[in-house]
Each structure stands twice: as structure tokens, then as C-alpha cells.
Design a protein around this ligand. Structure first.
Ligand code: NAD
Ligand code: UDP
Ligand code: UDP
Length: 340
């Protein structure tokens, strides 16, 4: 019989996974993409540390993960140094919606640039592999269509989008200089417009705006004439691409475009969402914001060849899941209002 005075401890079989798992830092892990990435990494058995200042991210995005003993959340702003012992870093911290990144443009550039320096300094100290969530905004308002990774872009350095575009461009420069100068293992993903559940309903980006407006029967706000184009990738495809890139051989540094090459106009997107929600919303046309790119479509040949990656989720399939997610938020908000 065991001695009752000797502590017996708790054993969780899940802890065994530690033996083969990696310790992975996800900055911006409470945001839209970050929350899906944390979930996918935990599912693979890794230990995940999420660092986020909750500017646009929400603890609610992580609710289902908080009980997992391999998951840790820390409130941290990446513009300040961070000391942790990790094997891999996914650097996602940065507001991505124009509405949010233009709210405090100086902080946006600091997040992109100082955040990159700190995370690269951390990667250098602990010898971690580091992935940068870069963006199609590297190409600015592109003069080449579709965009290939060797196109160097057409970017306004002093406009309203510059805090984000130039911040992300400088971050890419830092990644390649730390790689050349200090031998850090880097991976740079240029992410094109991605959508799906866990987007904030007030995020300000086009998919969330249009779905929330359609569900409320409010006018759909089209900026400009709506003939500008984007190519929309569903979140599960994007996360798969990021994880494949992180797992790729050392010589694959990127930059690599990750996005769905199916291009459509913003007006077509609005009409599709109205049809799929059965909404009575009408289109209203507002001013096109400064430097809003006219065309955007990724050439994903590199991702296909180097990562064997190609998006699988069709637009309407992805929109259906996203509409379902926003419908639940609307129903919960209405329920809460009625109970008051
Ligand atoms: P998001 O706004 O939902 O998530 C960003 C996260 O970073 C949030 O949780 C936010 O609180 C956090 N954050 C912001 N500043 C921070 C700081 N200084 N310190 C710590 N945390 C901070 O956006 P998202 O769509 O999930 O984008 C994630 C990353 O992917 C961003 O770097 C973005 O630039 C990049 N990206 C996204 C898209 C897209 O379509 N979703 C396209 C291109 C690039
Ligand atoms: N840094 C960090 N965590 C670490 C190591 C470094 O946040 O574990 C930050 C620190 O603020 C430093 C920056 O990363 O200034 C860049 O580090 P690097 O070693 O490249 O340069 P340093 O400024 O130390 O000369
Ligand atoms: N847009 C729009 N109405 C909205 C929000 C966005 O017409 O309510 C347009 C915006 O002008 C841009 C496109 O949709 O041309 C995509 O905008 P988003 O903010 O999602 O991302 P971007 O690709 O511009 O970074």
C-alpha cells in the first residue's frame, strides 16, 4: 500500500507528448491567423507560447485552448525584448486591417520593425528557426500581374498605408540581413488576403465588413467602384502553408507567396455574400482610400514547387463557414441585448 504521507502527484498522459515536441513561440497568437496557428501546432503535440498585446487579438479566440497544459499565453508587446527558450518562432504580431494599422501608424511601424529586431535577436540567442508573416503589401499597388516574388513592388513611402507596407518591407530586409550576417534560419511568407472564423466582427477588412453588413440588412459599403480585385484564401489553407514553410529545408528562406490565386472584384465579392446570406442589403459606394491597390493576385508557383502547397478550399465553401461564424456572433449579441 502506498504511504499517504508521500505526495503522489498528478499525471496527465498528454504530458508525454513533451518528449518529442518542439517549443514554439507565436507572436500575435491571439489574433485571427495566430489563434488558428496555435490550435494547429498544439494538435501536432507541440508546446506553444503565445505572446500578444491584445491590440486586435482576443483571449476569446483562444478560449478552447486555455485548458491545454502545453499552451501558455503571455501579455507582451513585441516592441520590447522578450526572453524565452524556444525552438521555433512564428512572428505574426502586427495589426493587419488597414483600419487598425492606420489608427496608430507610428506604433504599427514600431511593431513591424522593432518587433522584427527583437524576435530576430531572440532567434539568434537561442538558435531558433524564425518565420515572418509578411504580406502582399510588399508589392504595393503592383504594376506586374499576377505578382511573383521577384517583383520588387510599387510602394508609396509617405502615404497612409506606408506604416504597414514600409514596416513590413523593412522587416523583410532585417530577416535577410540577420540570415546573411548571423546565419539565422529564416522563412518569409508573403500572405495574400485571408479570411475565416476568428476574424473580429469590427476588424474593418472587406470580408468581415460585408458579411456583418449583409447579416444586419445594412448597406454594403463598397470603396470606389468595386472593380479593384483581390484573391481570397481560406484560413485553413493559409495555416497549412505557413507550417509547411516552417518545416521546409534550411535553404528555403522565401520570400514565398501564400494565397489563393482565384481573383475577383470587390463588387463580385459583395454580390456573392448578398446571395449566400439571402440579404436584402443594397450596395453603397464610398470614396476609395488612398493607395488602395487596384489589382492583387498571387503567383504561387514557388509554393507549389517548394512546399507542394496549393489552396484546397473554394471561395463559397470558405464563405459558408465564415458566414456561419459571424451569424453565431450576431445571434449571441442579440440574445445578450434581449436579456438586459
Ligand atoms: P490580427 O490583427 O487579427 O492579428 C494580429 C495580432 O497581433 C493581434 O492578436 C494583435 O493583438 C497582435 N499585436 C499587434 N501588435 C502587437 C505588438 N506590438 N505586440 C504583440 N502583439 C501585437 O491580424 P491577422 O490577420 O491575424 O494577421 C496576422 C499577421 O499576418 C500580421 O503580421 C499580418 O500583417 C499578416 N498578414 C495577414 C493577412 C491576412 O489577410 N489576414 C495578409 C497579409 C499579412
Ligand atoms: N532580444 C530579445 N530577446 C533575446 C535576445 C535579444 O528580445 O533573447 C532583443 C534585444 O532587445 C536586442 C535585439 O533583440 O536589442 C537584437 O538583438 P541582437 O543580438 O541582434 O543585437 P543587440 O542589440 O543585442 O546588439
Ligand atoms: N473594401 C470595401 N469595403 C469595405 C472594406 C474594404 O470596398 O467595407 C475594399 C478595400 O477598399 C480594398 C478591398 O476591399 O480595395 C480589400 O480591403 P481590406 O481592407 O480587406 O484589405 P486590403 O487588401 O486593402 O489590405
Amino acid at each position: 500500500m502506498s504511504d499517504p504521507k508521500i505526495p503522489r502527484g498528478e499525471f496527465d498522459p498528454d504530458d508525454l507528448l513533451h518528449l518529442s515536441a518542439k517549443r514554439i513561440l507565436v507572436t500575435g497568437g491571439a489574433g485571427f491567423l495566430g489563434s488558428h496557428l496555435c490550435a494547429a501546432l498544439l494538435k501536432q503535440g507541440h508546446e506553444v507560447l503565445c505572446a500578444d498585446n491584445f491590440f486586435t487579438g482576443r483571449r476569446g479566440n483562444l478560449r478552447h485552448l486555455l485548458g491545454n497544459p502545453r499552451f501558455e499565453v503571455m501579455r507582451h508587446d513585441v516592441t520590447f525584448p522578450l526572453y524565452a527558450e524556444v525552438d521555433e518562432i512564428y512572428n505574426l504580431a502586427c495589426p493587419a486591417s488597414p483600419f487598425h494599422y492606420q489608427h496608430d501608424p507610428v506604433q504599427t511601424t514600431k511593431t513591424a520593425v522593432h518587433g522584427a529586431i527583437n524576435m530576430l535577436g531572440l532567434a539568434k540567442r537561442v538558435g531558433a528557426r524564425i518565420l515572418q508573416a509578411s504580406t502582399s503589401e510588399i508589392y504595393g499597388d503592383p504594376q506586374v500581374h499576377p505578382q511573383t516574388e521577384d517583383y520588387v513592388g510599387y510602394v508609396n513611402p509617405i502615404g497612409k498605408r506606408s506604416c504597414y507596407d514600409e514596416g513590413k518591407r523593412c522587416a523583410e530586409t532585417l530577416f535577410f540581413d540577420y540570415h546573411r550576417q548571423h546565419g539565422i534560419e529564416i522563412k518569409v511568407a508573403r500572405i495574400f488576403n485571408t479570411y475565416g472564423p476568428n476574424m473580429h466582427p469590427d476588424d474593418g477588412r472587406v470580408v468581415s465588413n460585408f458579411i456583418m453588413q449583409a447579416l444586419a440588412g445594412e448597406p454594403i459599403t463598397i470603396y470606389g467602384k468595386g472593380d479593384q480585385t483581390r484573391s481570397f484564401c481560406f484560413v485553413s489553407d493559409l495555416i497549412d502553408g505557413l507550417m509547411r514553410l516552417m518545416g521546409s529545408p534550411s535553404e528555403v528562406t522565401g520570400p514565398i507567396n501564400l494565397g489563393n490565386p482565384v481573383e475577383l472584384s470587390i463588387r463580385q465579392l459583395a454580390e456573392t455574400i448578398i446571395r449566400m446570406t439571402g440579404s436584402t442589403s443594397k450596395l453603397v459606394f464610398e470614396t476609395l482610400p488612398q493607395d488602395d491597390p487596384i489589382k492583387r493576385q498571387p503567383d504561387i508557383t514557388r509554393a507549389r514547387n517548394l512546399l507542394d502547397w496549393t489552396p484546397k478550399v473554394q471561395l463559397e465553401e470558405g464563405l459558408e463557414t465564415t458566414i456561419e461564424y459571424f451569424s453565431k456572433i450576431v445571434a449571441a449579441t442579440q440574445g445578450a441585448a434581449e436579456r438586459k
